[in-house]
Design a protein around this ligand. Structure first.
Ligand code: PXP
Length: 252
């Protein structure tokens, strides 16, 4: 099994900065620390309302990732504005996400089944520019097939409901994990690379990392929260170690 990559999402460093309208804490400094601590890449979501990451952050993140030869995963809504920004920066990857202004966070996956005809041309233009495009979707076989048909090279499965289910000790958590496993298997079967993201913490990372088809986890909020207590570097190192343990156990 290939080594699982860890993308660290630094959006919530910017959330803290913006809460006081200050210039600190700096998400770019957090990105540098994350890479030094073992993150394989940096993920950032430039939202339409700029509630956390700013245009200037994306400019700076693109520069440091390029300088260090590490991937920047640009999370973006499917809008002409975000497409233009992606094409101007040419990040390694772009992850297409749904976005509603009133939501607290990305609450569900992109509906590629319904939005196929609008999404496919955006995927094509980004891919033609050399950007690796993923669709952030629910663990649903129809969404997996639609992502493939829209031309995506990658799907990122939204695992937020499963992670919340585990934290709340909900009885359906195992069933949600099984749906993620099935969607990952199907996506891989169709030739899509499979990533997971949303809500992953030290408890949920192991069962998710043990799914053999998964190539990358994108983790943010929990790591930034944990950084308050143990520091960002140690939080990332611990997450990395848990991912590696899950893979080693699986391979044994
Ligand atoms: N992946 C995607 C596509 C996301 O939208 C998010 C949240 O911004 C994440 C990963 C990271 O989720 P979390 O911050 O809950 O770890």
């Amino acid at each position: 099994m290939s080594k699982l990559r860890l993308g660290v999402n630094i959006d919530h460093v910017a959330t803290v900065r913006n809460a006081r309208g200050e210039g600190y804490p700096d998400p770019v400094r957090a990105a540098e620390m994350a890479l030094a601590a073992g993150a394989d890449g940096i993920t950032a979501h430039l939202r339409e309302d700029r509630r956390h990451i700013s245009d200037a952050d994306i400019d700076a993140l693109a520069v440091i990732c390029r300088r260090r030869g590490r991937p920047l995963n640009f999370e973006m809504a499917v809008t002409p504005e975000m497409e233009a920004i992606a094409l101007a920066h040419l990040p390694h990857a772009a992850c297409l996400v749904p976005e509603r202004r009133e939501e607290v966070t990305t609450e569900g996956g992109l509906d590629v089944v319904k939005g196929h005809n609008a999404i496919a041309p955006v995927v094509r233009r980004l891919a033609e520019a050399g950007i690796r495009v993923s669709c952030f979707i629910d663990a649903d076989l129809g969404q997996v097939a639609a992502s493939k048909s829209a031309g995506a090279q990658v799907v990122e499965l939204h695992v937020g409901a499963y992670c919340q289910g585990v934290r709340d000790r909900q009885p359906n958590a195992d069933a949600l994990l099984e749906k993620i496993r099935q969607a990952a298997r199907e996506a891989s079967h169709l030739g899509l690379e499979v990533h997971l993201g949303h809500g992953i913490d030290f408890e949920t990372v192991k069962p998710l990392a043990a799914i053999p088809e998964i190539m990358e986890l994108n983790i943010g909020h929990f790591l930034i929260g944990e950084a308050i207590f143990i520091g960002l570097g140690p939080a990332i190192q611990r997450m990395r170690a848990l991912m590696d343990e899950a893979r080693a156990t699986r391979a044994a």
